[in-house]
Design a protein around this ligand. Structure first.
Ligand code: HEC
Length: 254
């Protein structure tokens, strides 16, 4: 029997330590699985293994230059139309390649003047017939990354789920007696702040690819505070008691 039972991790009984430890270990494995899953869903977005800023841009903002139409207009079809007309078409692609806008903003006319002498059934060339909008639309489709509905779905799952995980990790860590008050409060609140930063940055990256680095800062800082709380809690439960008794009260002796 321990000499004193103060409110700190060090002097808890084995049952509570076992409960805390079991939880912390399973949550840590869950965290690692999440990192593996990120590698599969986002890590390969740029065609190379490993998570990079490009992956995040492609995942949330999309690979907006990847439509065939734009690639060709900057490639083998560049000589077919003056810059002004090519810009018009590319602009239309960037705005979502809307069918109504195809006619209203003069894209139909540009194509009639510049493209269909080759891109039509009459030319006899074995290339897509651009007199039909149906043949243009699939070539104008841009990869705009994650949809707003999928972002909303993933965001609310993460906000609810991760805040729950950090509630318990933070509660356990709050019983660590050896961490100065200010540092402890900071480490406990950090995951919540960076969770919001992380998720907000998905939406911001969807709108502007320059925010991709914020996704990394948000996610990385969250992982750092998780690791800190995990290690300190484990240390105070299992290693510290071997060396000494702890008669401090982690919650009151601040
Ligand atoms: C002088 C004939 C000619 C003109 C004019 C022309 N193209 Fe092409 N286009 C081709 C040929 C030949 C190919 C197939 C070879 C290639 O992909 O470079 C092609 C291929 C393409 C493709 C790829 C189609 C696919 O899915 O494989 C696109 C997109 C395209 N052209 C767009 C345009 C646009 C837009 C214009 C007008 C600004 C235009 N082209 C004008 C001859 C032409």
């Amino acid at each position: 029997m321990a000499a004193s039972h103060n409110l700190n991790l060090c002097s808890q009984g084995t049952a509570l330590k076992a409960l805390f430890t079991g939880y912390l270990i399973v949550v840590a494995i869950g965290y690692m699985m999440a990192l593996v899953q990120i590698q599969f869903t986002h890590g390969m977005a740029d065609g190379e293994f490993g998570l990079s800023v490009d992956d995040i841009v492609y995942s949330y903002y999309g690979k907006r230059s990847s439509s065939v139409l734009e690639a060709k207009l900057n490639g083998s079809m560049q000589v077919m139309a003056p810059d002004e007309d090519r810009a018009k078409i590319i602009n239309w692609v960037h705005q979502g390649a809307d069918e109504q806008a195809f006619f209203d903003s003069g894209i139909r006319q540009v194509m009639d003047n510049r493209c269909i002498m080759c891109h039509s059934a009459e030319s006899g060339m074995p290339i897509p017939d651009f007199t039909e909008f149906e043949n243009i639309a699939p070539r104008a489709e841009t990869d705009t990354g994650a949809s707003f509905s999928s972002l909303a779905r993933v965001s609310h799952i993460h906000l609810f789920g991760i805040s729950f995980i950090f509630m318990f990790v933070g509660l356990i860590f709050s019983l660590a007696a050896g961490v100065p008050k200010a540092l402890k409060a900071t480490v406990i609140v950090m995951p919540y702040i960076f969770l919001i930063v992380d998720i907000a940055s998905w939406w911001l990256t969807k709108l502007n690819p320059n925010f991709a680095w914020l996704v990394i800062i948000g996610g990385g800082s969250m992982a750092l505070s998780f690791a800190f709380m995990w290690i300190v809690s484990m240390y105070e439960m299992w290693i510290m008691p071997r060396n000494r008794d702890d008669n401090r009260d982690a919650l009151l002796d601040e």
